[in-house]
Design a protein around this ligand. Sequence first.
Ligand SMILES: NC(=O)c1ccc[n+]([C@@H]2O[C@H](COP(=O)([O-])OP(=O)(O)OC[C@H]3O[C@@H](n4cnc5c(N)ncnc54)[C@H](OP(=O)(O)O)[C@@H]3O)[C@@H](O)[C@H]2O)c1
Length: 225
Amino acid sequence: MSQPRNALIIGASRGIGLGLSKRLQQQGWAVSATRRGLAGAEESPEIKWVTLDINNTQQSITFGQMLPPEQFDVIVVNAGVYGPEHQSVNTATVDELLSLFMTNTFSPIRIAEATLHALKANTGILAFTSSKLASLNENPQADMPLYSASKSALNMLTRALLPGMESRGQTLLSLHPGWVQTDLGGTSAPLTVADSVQGLVKVLESYKGKGGHHFVDYNMQGLSW
Ligand SMILES: NC(=O)c1ccc[n+]([C@@H]2O[C@H](COP(=O)([O-])OP(=O)(O)OC[C@H]3O[C@@H](n4cnc5c(N)ncnc54)[C@H](OP(=O)(O)O)[C@@H]3O)[C@@H](O)[C@H]2O)c1
């Protein structure tokens, strides 16, 4: 019998992260997932849950040190927030700006760096849940500017991981999950979590071994940076 593939999903208490963890587990993957509180753990006991706040640097380092080398086929850094409702640079407090950019931009890179040794060489995929809104071409009016800027900056810092990953033959993805009905996406979103994660799993499976850094949506469409 072949070994199950291993996935680590960072930020999986609800929404897309929880849906993705459950979908992978249902498809036979061994899934480890993180959440800050207890939400999600009870309804998916077959998933290995670890407590982690990605904005807690020491927790992220300790979590990474616990992981054996080359354990995971896929690591998805999914945690994210929308930031202040008004999305205005001038109205936002310094704390709001720092919190948004720590959570969406800097902490995802830190937790990725802390866990990268646990990604398999050659076939491993490191994916970040970015957004189409990060792209000047896809979002020419700069809708939701603070949130979008945090994801643009995430894409750029993600690219900075590429040289090290390429030397190990790994693949880097910046994913757009679609506009999805979650606490963050709201009820007007056209996609259910199930629709989105079904597509995301196909993307993860089809990019295995491809190498490079790709900006791609849940429907496998390549996006312009
Ligand atoms: N929904 C959409 O339409 C959409 C579109 C494009 C991109 N995205 C991106 O997709 C990702 C998931 O979003 P979602 O729609 O599923 O949102 P969601 O339902 O609000 O879930 C956000 C997840 O991020 C976690 N998180 C937030 N801050 C964290 C931190 N400091 N440490 C660890 N985990 C943290 C949350 O955990 P807690 O439960 O502990 O808060 C939760 O599990 C985000 O990166 C988002 O930007 C979403």
